[in-house]
Design a protein. Structure first.
Length: 73
């Protein structure tokens, strides 16, 4: 796998935390200098490494928000 760069533009909050200190977080991240996308993934303590996650454009996030509003949680 090739190297990549990322920059956390904004950290919105922690969704959960594992006993080992990994946190599932909702952030805005710029990948390889591109426009920032909304991102949900797990991060190791001190952001040493990250797990696979999901990135959403603003349009995708709006659609997800609409879908979540349609279901009872």
């Amino acid at each position: 796998m090739s190297d990549f760069k990322y920059e956390v533009k904004e950290a919105y909050g922690v969704l959960s935390e594992t006993p080992k200190g990994w946190t599932k977080e909702f952030r805005s991240i710029s990948w390889n200098g591109r426009e920032p996308k909304l991102d949900i993934r797990e991060w190791a303590p001190n952001d040493e490494t990250m797990a696979k996650g999901i990135t959403l454009t603003n349009e995708e996030a709006k659609k997800l928000k609409d879908l979540l509003n349609q279901i009872e949680l």
